[in-house]
Design a protein around this ligand. Structure first.
Ligand SMILES: Cc1cc2nc3c(=O)[nH]c(=O)nc-3n(C[C@H](O)[C@H](O)[C@H](O)COP(=O)(O)OP(=O)(O)OC[C@H]3O[C@@H](n4cnc5c(N)ncnc54)[C@H](O)[C@@H]3O)c2cc1C
Length: 374
C-alpha cells in the first residue's frame, strides 16, 4: 500500500508530493489535467514572489524560505530562468499600515529593502504617474516566477525522486468515512494510508460539507499589454482599492496587469475564460491613469483564472474534520503561489506530528469573507 496519495498537481500538491517523497514516504501524485494545466490556479504564465506582507510575519518568513527553495530547485533542474529577478516595488500613501508593517517586519527579519521617498519614486520610475505624493518600498531580491512552467518542473523533480505521477480525475470521496482508496476515472483504484487533497478551486466541489462555502472561487482576469520601452520591476499598488499590480514582460508575454480584488463567483470547469468588455475597460482605465504613455497600448493576450479564497486569506492546511487520514490543502487566496515550497514542507511536518498553526486550521475558516491578508 502507498504511504500517501496527493490529489492535485498545482503548486501546493506538487511541492507536497516532492517533500513527502524526500521524507522517505512512497507517494502517488494524481491530477485530472496534468501539472500546471490551464484551468488550474497555478496555470498562469507568471506569479509575483514578494516578501512584504505587512505585519503578517509568518508569510514573510515563508516567502523568504520559499524563494530560496524555488531557486534551489530551478538550479537543480537547469532552469534558472524560471525565476525572473526583476525586483518588486510597492507604492502606498505615507503612513499606510501595510507599508509600515512591511518595513517593521523587514527590519526585524533582516530583509534587504529600500524605503523610497516620493521624489525618489518619481525619479526612478518616470513612466509611473500619481497625482499625489506617494512613497515606495523596493525589494531587490524578489521578482516573478514563471508559474505553469515552474509547477511542471516541480512535478518532474518529484517524478525523478520516485513519485508516481498519474493523469486522471479522482472521483469525489464520500465525506465522513475513513478513506481507504480513491477511484480514478478509467477505473484504477489506489489504496493509501494518507490522502492529501490539494485541489485548489475544486476543493469546495470535492468536499461540499467540509469546504463548501469556506472557500469562495472568483473570476480573475489578467491582461498582457504591448508596452515596449517601459522599464519597471514588478509593481504592486496600495494607493487605491483596485489593487492593481504589473509584471514586466517575461516568458515571451507582454506587460501584465491585473487587479487584485475578488471578481464574480466562478466555476473552474464551466466558467468562460474570455474577458468581458467591462473587465478590459477597468484594466485599461487603471493602466492609463498610472502609465499615461500606455493609454492606447494594444492588448496582446488575456487570461481568466480564478482565486480560491478563504474568509481571511489564510491558507487551509488541516485534516478533514471528519476524516482523520485526509488532509485538505488549499485556499491560496490569490497569493499562494510563491509559498508552494513552504506549504509542502509544512504539510510534511504536520504529518510528522508538528502542531498546526491556528491560522491555517479548518476551524478558523468562516463562511463570511473578511479578507485580512494581502
Ligand atoms: C490571476 C491570478 C494571479 C495570481 N497572482 C499570484 C501572485 O502574483 N503571487 C502568488 O504568490 N500567488 C498568486 N496567485 C495565487 C496562486 O496562483 C494560487 O494560490 C495557487 O496557484 C493555488 O495553487 P493550488 O495548488 O492550491 O491550486 P491549483 O493550481 O488550482 O491546483 C489544483 C489542481 O487540482 C487538480 N484537480 C482538481 N480536482 C481534481 C480531481 N478530482 N482529480 C484530480 N485532480 C484534480 C487540478 O487539475 C489542478 O491542477 C494568483 C492567482 C490568480 C488566479
Amino acid at each position: 500500500m502507498t504511504d500517501c496519495v496527493v490529489v492535485g498537481a498545482g503548486v501546493f500538491g506538487s511541492w507536497t508530493a516532492l517533500r513527502l517523497r524526500e521524507s522517505g514516504r512512497s507517494v502517488v501524485l494524481v491530477d485530472a489535467f496534468g501539472a500546471g494545466n490551464a484551468k488550474a490556479s497555478s496555470g498562469g504564465a507568471s506569479r509575483v514572489i514578494r516578501l512584504g506582507y505587512g505585519a503578517d510575519e509568518i508569510y514573510t518568513r515563508w516567502a523568504m524560505r520559499s524563494l530560496h527553495l524555488w531557486k534551489e530547485l530551478f538550479a537543480r533542474a537547469g532552469r534558472g530562468d524560471l525565476f525572473q529577478h526583476t525586483g518588486v516595488l510597492w507604492t502606498a500613501r505615507q503612513g499606510h499600515p501595510h507599508g509600515q508593517g512591511t518595513l517593521e517586519t523587514f527590519r526585524k527579519l533582516g530583509v534587504a529593502h529600500e524605503a523610497l521617498s516620493a521624489p525618489e519614486v518619481r525619479r526612478r520610475y518616470p513612466a509611473l504617474r500619481f497625482a499625489e505624493e506617494i512613497v515606495g518600498i523596493f525589494e531587490p531580491e524578489s521578482g516573478a516566477l514563471l508559474a505553469n512552467q515552474a509547477v511542471r518542473a516541480v512535478a518532474r523533480e518529484a517524478a525523478r525522486m520516485g513519485v508516481e505521477v498519474v493523469e486522471g480525475a479522482v472521483v469525489p470521496p464520500v465525506e465522513g468515512t475513513h478513506l481507504a482508496r480513491i477511484a480514478i476515472d478509467g477505473g484504477r483504484m489506489i489504496e493509501a494510508a494518507t490522502f492529501v487533497f490539494a485541489c485548489g478551486p475544486w476543493l469546495p466541489k470535492l468536499f461540499p460539507q467540509a469546504v463548501g462555502r469556506r472557500i469562495r472561487v472568483t473570476r480573475q482576469p489578467t491582461f498582457y499589454f504591448d508596452a515596449p520601452g517601459v522599464d519597471m520591476p514588478v509593481w504592486i499598488d496600495f494607493t487605491d482599492p483596485r489593487g492593481g499590480y504589473t509584471i514586466p514582460p517575461v516568458a515571451g508575454k507582454g506587460f501584465k496587469l491585473a487587479l487584485d480584488r475578488h471578481g464574480a463567483p466562478f466555476d473552474p470547469d464551466s466558467g468562460s475564460r474570455v474577458v468581458t468588455e467591462e473587465e478590459e475597460a477597468a484594466a485599461r482605465a487603471f493602466l492609463a491613469e498610472r502609465f499615461p504613455a500606455l493609454g492606447d497600448a494594444p492588448v496582446m493576450e488575456t487570461e481568466v483564472c480564478q482565486y480560491e479564497s478563504t474568509s481571511s486569506g489564510d491558507f487551509l492546511i488541516d485534516r478533514h474534520p471528519a476524516m482523520a487520514n485526509v488532509w485538505l490543502v488549499g485556499g491560496g487566496s490569490g497569493h499562494g503561489f510563491k509559498h508552494g515550497p513552504a506549504v509542502g514542507a509544512y504539510v510534511t511536518a504536520l504529518m510528522d506530528g508538528t502542531d498546526n498553526e491556528p491560522r491555517f486550521s479548518w476551524r478558523s475558516k468562516l463562511e463570511t469573507a473578511a479578507r485580512s491578508v494581502y
